[in-house]
Design a protein around this ligand. Structure first.
Ligand code: ATR
Length: 281
């Protein structure tokens, strides 16, 4: 009876169990396989991960705040997990625990077209921002990072540049700030892709007060991604859509990364529509 789980702290809000169990049921794998949420504090993470294979677990998703620990504790890791410096997927096998990362692939798969050669603006320099910078930069987008605290954007730029040298990957990345005469807002006209990885919107904040963006600053031809999950379109995506831009929300990225993890564990491609419907609840 192979079991799967998402490991997080907290994890009660996770939509992964509903999404993966729906996919298992659609493929008639649910008599054998199951997927659950396990809340685990950072200090207990290593012991839990070591115990899971003995309790029939075949693999796990790893979410905030364990993605760095997951990579550190694994016996082996995919090149993409090593490049990004974080793991969101663990696979338990006879040779031990293997760490992988499907966040980058999930972001790329959620886009309407390849971002290769495009200019991308990443808002935010936390863990999600770092992963987005790497995912887009490594596929050949030219990436600009904006962060409320500019020093953190600079730290991500330096870390990505150093890691790119280490792994011999070409990445073009810089820090962007509004022009002084524009006062507070960024000129988005040079960007084909805009990705919000900040927490703005999660607690109902107004993105147009917190971020250097204007609601009418988007244009047709742009793709705007908001990693914040919400059932209704976020304020940011609603404004982008009203300007004629294409939009991608956090649930679509969750579905795409989940589908890639599902395939790593089971060897089967899950039905995306079933996962989408379950994730949207
Ligand atoms: P994660 O790992 O999920 O990306 P994080 O490390 O807590 O989470 O980072 C949160 C991101 O949201 C940061 O880029 C943060 O900006 P700061 O580095 O300046 O803190 C950004 N963020 C959170 N609240 C914000 C707000 N009200 N306005 C602008 N940026 C905000």
């Amino acid at each position: 009876m192979p079991r799967l789980a998402v490991l997080g702290y907290p994890v009660g809000h996770s939509r992964s169990p509903a999404m993966h169990n729906a996919a298992l049921a659609a493929l008639r794998m649910d008599e054998e396989w199951s997927y659950e949420a396990i809340e685990v504090a950072p200090e207990d993470f290593e012991a839990l991960v070591r115990a899971l294979p003995g309790e029939d677990f075949a693999g796990a998703n790893v979410t905030v705040p364990h993605k760095l620990l997951a990579l550190a504790f694994a016996d082996t890791a995919s090149r993409r997990a090593q490049e990004i410096g974080a793991a969101n997927t663990l696979i338990f096998g006879p040779e031990g625990t293997h760490a992988d990362n499907t966040d980058a692939g999930g972001l790329i798969a959620s886009l309407p077209g390849s971002p290769q050669g495009q200019s991308a603006l990443i808002l935010g320099a936390g863990g999600a921002g770092m992963a987005a910078v790497w995912a887009l930069g490594a596929i050949g987008a030219k990436v600009g990072i904006w962060n409320r605290t500019p020093a953190r954007a600079e730290t991500v730029r330096i870390e990505v540049t150093e890691r790119a040298e280490q792994f011999e990957v070409e990445i073009e990345v810089g820090v962007v700030e509004p022009e002084p005469e524009a006062a507070v807002d960024l000129d988005l006209s040079g960007f084909e892709l805009i990705v919000n990885t900040t927490a703005v919107g999660l607690g109902g904040e107004d993105p147009f007060t917190e971020l250097p963006l204007r609601p009418d600053g988007f244009a047709p031809g742009q793709v705007v991604v908001d990693m914040v999950y919400s059932s209704a379109p976020s304020t940011l995506l609603a404004a982008a859509a009203a300007c004629g831009a294409r939009t991608v929300d956090g649930i679509e990225i969750l579905v795409q990364q989940g589908a890639l993890s599902f395939e790593l564990w089971t060897g089967r491609k899950p039905p995306l529509d079933v996962m989408r419907a379950a994730a949207r609840g």
